[in-house]
Design a protein around this ligand. Structure first.
Ligand code: ADP
Ligand code: MG
Length: 330
């Protein structure tokens, strides 16, 4: 059964300085018992995709159906069926791990013996016995991550979104996360795993979606992607796919400049932009020369006319180039 069906999902962020298409008409489906990787470098749009699917952000267009519910029309039901682990762990430091789990369980409407036995099962599964009754503020990053995982699935959801779950973890803590993801698959859950680490994707994912500048440029099993590109490993396959995509000349997700300095570099390197800027500077010089001719006393009448003409031509140049640059900025 398809637990997740993403349909032309798009998320555009607008700011004063421009628009960023963080998720660009992304479509894919994923099934129960599957580990689906969203693979891409920093800034590719993985977190935004997960936030939109988890109903913490509204999509600009498109939608998704999760466990039969539409993220736009039935966000509350979607939230009951998903577990989300983001990079921001957010536990209550003054509570113990167990108290944190009790608190979140109650938020999902679970309590009493049912909640206690669920928490006990998670403590065993994630090996948290030794620290679960200590204050969370004193935990190591790995311990916090274990409690955060337990918290995200306290209501036993069918679909689990994990955003870069091993980032910042040491080898041992990473291993716990990896084991957990594998056990979720064995329980027939759907795990959507975002990562920029090829190694994680390689050892876990049944299929991956390669995300680049907000767009999914390939979806397949890792072995099929390797075969298609002739690459020995996922990292080389990834680079080949990005290169293929760039050569096909599809524009990237930065629409006419962003708030990052990257956007500025792109703009200043555009030959059209450079030419117009130069024309604009020339127009200012022409006006200055014209004014000079007008204001120098005792020049012949002809020179005066020439000066006026220069001022007019220069002014026209300034207006035209200004209009063009305005359009460019929008
Ligand atoms: N709240 C926001 N406002 C504006 N731009 C954002 C916001 N969140 C993310 N972006 C931009 O969207 C793009 C994708 O970001 P993100 O989804 O965090 O990528 P990833 O998780 O793959 O590193 C980036 O260009 C980022 O700067
Ligand atoms: Mg991210």
């Amino acid at each position: 059964m398809a637990l997740l069906e993403v349909k032309e999902l798009t998320k555009v962020f607008s700011s004063k300085k421009g628009k960023v298409v963080a998720v660009d008409t992304v479509s894919f489906t994923a099934r129960e018992g599957e580990i689906f990787g969203l693979l891409g470098p920093n800034g590719a749009g993985k977190t935004t995709t997960i936030r939109v699917l988890a109903t913490t952000l509204q999509p600009t267009s498109g939608t998704a159906i999760i466990a039969g519910f539409d993220i736009q029309q039935d966000a509350e039901s979607v939230r009951q069926h998903i577990g989300v682990l983001t990079t921001d762990i957010g536990l209550y430091d003054r509570f113990s791990g167990r108290e944190n789990l009790q608190y979140y369980g109650q938020l999902y409407g679970i309590d009493g013996e049912k909640l206690n036995s669920r928490i006990q099962a998670l403590i065993t599964q994630l090996e948290m016995e030794s620290f679960i009754d200590r204050r969370a503020g004193k935990y190591s990053t790995g311990m916090k991550q274990k409690v955060a995982i337990a918290r995200s699935i306290i209501h036993d959801p069918q679909v689990i979104f994990f955003d870069e779950p091993t980032s910042g973890l040491d080898v041992l803590a990473s291993q716990t996360v990896v084991r957990f993801i594998k056990s979720a698959k064995e329980q027939n859950k759907l795990v959507i795993l975002s990562t920029h680490q090829m190694h994680d994707a390689e050892r876990l994912c049944d299929r991956v979606g390669i995300i680049h500048d907000g767009a999914l440029i390939a979806i397949d099993t890792i072995s099929a992607l390797r075969e298609r590109t002739g690459a020995p490993d996922l990292e080389d396959a990834f680079l080949a796919l990005v290169k293929e995509k760039n050569l096909s000349g599809t524009p990237d997700n930065v629409v006419n400049g962003t708030d990052s300095s990257e956007g500025d570099v792109l703009k200043s390197e555009d030959p059209k932009y450079k030419t117009v800027t130069m024309l604009r500077m020339a127009s200012f010089i022409v006006v200055a020369l014209g004014l000079l001719a007008l204001f120098i006393p005792n020049l012949p009448e002809k020179t005066q006319y020439f000066g006026q003409a220069l001022v007019l031509i220069g002014a026209l140049g300034i207006i035209v180039t200004k209009t063009f640059l305005k359009k460019y900025k929008k």
